[in-house]
Design a protein around this ligand. Structure first.
Ligand SMILES: [Zn+2]
Length: 463
């Protein structure tokens, strides 16, 4: 006996079209279509008519989500809908997630969707999902343009919750609330704490807009809002005067914002050791860990003791090591060969033949990195020689008509890279280290001198 396909019927009322078929009619037609296509109906998913209207269009369709789950779990082979647009347009959920779900479940894309007219081809599904994407992009672009224009004209942004102090359409003040805003402003500017104002109001039963208790956060957002000073904001910025009556004047607004500005928080004591996880003890092979002295001196060390498991035999000063690794990585990233190799990971790069001269330059550059890694030359020498070699390589590549492939997001010169490294923070630094370096072994120091000694390092690059 041949296996019959298992189908889910999906139906929902179209909001945007007049005279769309009732849900009963849709479901019945889908059942007939399934019978014609020799499908077993294993689920009938009927979306309840949306009551929330426009604001919720297209979102929050629980049955559609259920449908996606059924597809992903492999419990249905296909979906039957009344019309193809019942699965998308008119504010419905897009095609893309459903296409993805079928793809993930390994279904035949030409036998994944049917309507009362029969199977919908993969080709049509592709076109429809592209149209959906385009449409929703246009809709949101249009929406943004409308919002921006309204903001410029100073029209109030109506929607959601009523703003405290105003009627819903912002055409009128609410007298008791305006008095509360003035009271709170006076008290704050007299140095009272927000907390004590909220406590008083909650005791006295002063209502909020939502009916919940006053919190410092709620009151702060009211008092510092440009709206009560008569300003219209758009995307967090004041764009002009609003077409409504202000409650406090501009000077008071500025004073309140200053008084209620969040205090500058102390720099976070987070991770300050970018190389943790990449360093290996040259004596025991264990991981080097961070070690901060009481005087603030930072180092990486193989640590013994409870929970540490190391030999305690290796320690290296953090600043020198971090600068060294930074220069090494920025040097590699400035290297046209590395950049070309990285770009090649992405498609559409153009391979070219490398001349002998160019090969020679690249070899010299590799040796230069070796010299630096081995500690035979210092950083200044490395950098100046490298800059010279880079220039020669660039010229040679241009001569060949084989320019370096651009890595758009990453600057090309060593100095720019170092600047980016310093500016980008520890997480970014660790990602770059991860891409290029497998590990750095730290061997013991030959002398007791405190200066950073790169000859202790053995760098393992990713193959
Ligand atoms: Zn060790």
């Amino acid at each position: 006996m041949a296996l019959r396909g298992r189908a889910a019927i999906y139906a929902r009322q179209s909001i945007t079209r007049e005279g769309s078929a009732s849900l009963d009619v849709q479901v019945e037609a889908c059942r007939e279509a399934a019978a014609r296509l020799k499908l077993d109906v294993v689920a009938e998913l009927v979306e309840a008519p949306s009551t929330s209207g426009y604001s919720n269009r297209g979102r929050n369709r629980p049955k559609f989500r259920e449908l996606l789950d059924l597809i992903r779990r492999g419990e249905v082979d296909c979906v039957v809908a009344y019309k193809t647009d019942r699965l998308s347009r008119g504010g419905g959920p897009g095609w893309a997630p459903r296409v993805d779900a079928f793809e993930a479940a390994g279904r035949d894309p030409d036998r994944a969707v049917a309507t009362t007219d029969g199977w919908v081809s993969e080709f049509e599904i592709g076109i429809r999902s592209a149209m959906d994407r385009e449409e929703s992009k246009k809709t949101s672009d249009r929406m943004l343009a409308v919002r921006a224009r309204e903001a410029k004209e100073g029209k109030p942004r109506i929607g959601g919750r009523r703003p405290y102090g105003y009627s819903r359409d912002m055409s009128e003040h609410v007298r008791e609330e305006v008095e509360r805003i003035e009271e709170a402003a006076d008290r704050v500017l007299a140095g009272e704490s927000m907390w004590s104002i909220c406590t008083d109001w909650n005791k006295a039963g002063v209502p909020t807009v939502t009916g919940k208790a006053w919190t410092v956060q709620t009151l702060t957002s009211i008092l510092t809002s440009p709206r009560i000073a008569g300003f219209r904001t758009h995307r967090g910025k004041v764009v002009g005067e609003g077409q409504w009556k202000r409650i406090i004047d501009e000077d008071r607004h500025d004073a309140l914002v200053a008084a209620l500005a969040p205090r500058e928080s102390k720099p976070r004591k987070g991770r300050t050791y970018p190389l943790v996880g990449f360093l290996v003890c040259g004596k025991c092979g264990g991981p080097l860990r961070s070690l901060t002295r009481e005087n603030g001196g930072r180092s990486y060390a193989c640590r013994k003791g409870p929970g540490m498991g190391g030999c305690g035999g290796i320690r290296i000063q953090a600043n020198g090591l971090e600068a060294y690794v930074r220069d090494l990585i920025c040097g590699m990233l400035a290297d046209p060969v590395t950049r070309a190799a990285m770009a090649e990971l992405a498609p559409a790069s153009t391979p070219g033949t490398t001349s002998d001269a160019l090969t020679d330059l690249h070899l010299r550059r590799e040796r230069l990195i070796d010299l630096y890694t081995d500690g035979d030359i210092d950083r200044a020498t490395f950098r100046s020689r490298q800059a010279r070699l880079d220039e020669q390589i660039r010229v040679a590549e241009v001569d060949q008509g084989n320019g370096p492939v651009a890595l758009p997001a990453i600057p090309a010169s060593f100095d720019e890279l170092v600047a980016m490294w310093e500016a980008s923070g520890i997480d970014f630094q660790r990602r770059l280290v991860e891409i290029l370096i497998e590990s750095v072994r730290v061997d013991s120091a030959e002398s007791r001198r405190r200066a950073f000694d790169p000859s202790r390092l053995v760098v393992h690059f990713h193959a």
